[in-house]
Design a binder for this molecule. Structure first.
Ligand SMILES: O=C(O)CCC(=O)C(=O)O
Ligand SMILES: [Fe+2]
Length: 363
């Protein structure tokens, strides 16, 4: 019996793959028919159930926008540390120096070791004033700060607009995949808290003493509805499979990774997965290979209440408890609880289901 279980585990590890979905029919709408769009919705539904991570092609983001983002990141992260630290601000914006965030605390789990989260990041995002005509509070959104680097803001904003378009397109496909009208999520997202986090995984030059196993970014789930993740092809990203093992993930040429956040798990009562993931930078001769990624978080309107969809209240069909649903939560309260964990070192006791999965994966 034990051997059978081990063999099943081996097969699960071998067969793990992040599905590739071509979004073309939803991006280049005139070139495709409804049947093609329905097919994409079915593929996305299957991927969201099985893995919670997808690689999307046909997203329509020009190569030049991605190249511009990457070069802007290189220019910024190449600055001397004091110049970068001058852009540290209290809100979820600006610069975060290495080891200043602890993402596993956002789930209520103590980091497995003290070398956790060896990445630096720079965040920009939607500001309350981006949504003209709505009386929104800047404190809920945050104000951007920009480095004094020629063309940085233009390059980052160009990519930000493209990633936001992809995220909004994905929510239309999600609605179709969930048998809802395609505009269903617009009320939840028309003044969405969106943040682009540019990550740079690098150790300072010199010798490093490894204190336990090195982690680039601790295991976590993303907070919001959906994340559009550009990552270069340097190994490091790992995602937790349904069977409880960690798997390396590297995007195919031209693909953007997409993963679901907690709020989508809330909506679908865990039929779709807010998948745990982490980054393990490869250490070669005591040095980390540099790795870059940029995560566009599409989190939803600050005042939206996210509740399980009426069609998803009975979770028994996908292995859950009949009638069990997540408690409705506002986007504001959910994000605040998660950020208090990752940025202020406070354990987030409300993330019970995610924390249980992290702990199970360490056994
Ligand atoms: O670096 C990566 O590939 C993942 C980044 C990530 O998970 C995040 O920023 O939330
Ligand atoms: Fe993430």
């Amino acid at each position: 019996m034990v051997i059978e279980q081990e063999q099943a585990q081996d097969v699960a590890v071998r067969d793990f793959a992040v599905p590739v979905v071509d979004l073309g029919p939803w991006v280049d709408v005139d070139a495709y028919d409804d049947a093609a769009r329905a097919r994409v919705a079915r593929e996305l539904d299957a991927a969201c159930q099985a893995v919670g991570f997808v690689q999307v092609l046909g997203h329509g983001v020009p190569d030049a926008a991605v190249a511009g983002l990457a070069s802007a990141m290189d220019d910024f992260f190449g600055l001397p540390l004091p110049d970068k630290r001058a852009l540290e601000v209290p809100a979820n914006r600006g610069y975060s120096a290495p080891k200043s965030e602890s993402l596993s605390l956002s789930l209520g789990v103590e980091p497995a070791n003290r070398m956790n989260d060896f990445f630096e990041a720079f965040n920009v995002g939607a500001e309350a004033r981006s949504y003209a005509g709505l009386d929104l509070d800047e404190a809920d959104y945050g104000l951007n700060v920009w480095p004094d680097v020629a063309g940085f803001r233009e390059r980052v904003e160009a990519y930000f607009a493209e990633a936001g378009r992809v995220a909004r397109t994905l929510l239309r496909v999600f609605a179709a995949a969930l048998d809802l009208p395609t505009g269903y999520f617009e009320d939840l997202t028309d003044h969405s808290i969106d943040v682009l986090r540019m990550n740079n995984y690098a150790l300072p030059p010199g010798e490093i003493t490894l204190d336990g196993e090195l982690t680039g970014m601790g295991e976590h789930t993303d907070f919001g509805l959906v994340t559009v993740l550009w990552a270069d092809q340097v190994a490091g990203l790992q995602v937790l499979g349904r069977e409880g093992g960690w798997h390396d993930v590297s995007p195919v040429d031209g693909a953007l990774l997409v993963n679901l956040g907690d709020l989508t798990a809330h909506l679908t009562n865990d039929r779709w997965m807010s998948t745990l993931h982490r980054v393990k930078p490869p250490v070669v001769d005591g040095r980390i290979l540099r790795r870059r990624s940029a995560a566009y978080f599409h989190d939803g309107n600050v005042d939206a209440v996210v509740a399980t969809l009426p069609s998803h209240l009975d979770a028994s069909a996908w292995g859950g408890t009949p009638g069990e649903a997540y408690a409705p939560v506002t986007v504001r309260d959910h994000i605040a609880a998660k950020l208090a964990g990752s940025r202020q070192g406070r354990v987030n006791v409300s993330a019970v289901r995610e924390a249980a999965r992290v702990l199970a994966s360490r056994d």
